[in-house]
Design a binder for this molecule. Structure first.
Ligand code: GRF
Length: 197
């Protein structure tokens, strides 16, 4: 059974999909803890699904590195096989990458390397592209520039707003994430092959 720690900042809708998948006895992975960098709305899912939660508030630390060290300590307590950044709206410092990568993955609402960063959906709309996408990557020390595990194109429709487009992207992110977790757990996907030397 693959043990997952999922880190969030927001509502955790992608996290909910993972929790729902984990509820199936046949699914070979379990979310063992949910962590956040703030008082994220998605932390309530811990209670709903009976999963432990923790918070390492970014603002409680003097700098990114000390926040990262505290995050590493909390995450390690759960001895995860895989750490999923599912809407963690924070760049993790190099120590976090060193501690967990390549078993540290991130979902992103654009077709990387197009539109990296915190506003992937907004930036795609502003650029006027006719298609964007969803990506799943291994986290490295770049901004959304890590090795791509899976990605899929999604059309931008006339009249799309940031929220309507994001609402169509998220289900694809979820599908890519759940499939990758399944493949990793079944040894059909080896993240070590994505590790950069
Ligand atoms: C996802 O689109 C994720 O890729 C992005 O933020 C969103 C998180 O949404 N970084 P949610 O919290 O899972 O609803």
């Amino acid at each position: 059974m693959l043990k997952l720690v999922v880190l969030i900042s927001g509502t955790g809708s992608n996290l909910r999909a993972l929790l729902d998948a984990s509820a199936d006895a046949e699914f070979p992975a379990r979310v063992v803890a949910i962590g956040a960098d703030r008082d994220a709305d998605g932390l309530v899912l811990g209670e709903e699904y009976g999963v432990s939660t923790f918070s390492v508030p970014f603002t409680a630390y003097p700098d990114r590195d000390s926040w990262g060290d505290a995050l590493i300590e909390e995450v390690r307590r759960w001895e995860p096989d895989l750490v999923v950044l599912s809407g963690l709206m924070r760049l993790v410092p190099p120590a976090v990458v060193d501690a967990f990568s390549p078993n540290l993955i991130n979902t992103h609402p654009a077709y990387l390397p197009e539109f990296p960063g915190a506003h992937g959906v907004r930036d795609a709309l502003a650029a006027g592209v006719t298609q964007t996408g969803a990506s799943l990557i291994v986290v490295d020390n770049s901004v959304d520039g890590g090795p791509i595990i899976a990605q899929e194109r999604i059309p931008v429709l006339p009249g799309d707003t940031e929220s309507s487009l994001h609402d169509r992207i998220k289900p694809v992110e979820r599908r890519l994430l759940i499939q990758a977790v399944l493949d990793i757990a079944n040894s059909h996907l080896d993240l070590k092959e994505f590790a950069r030397s």
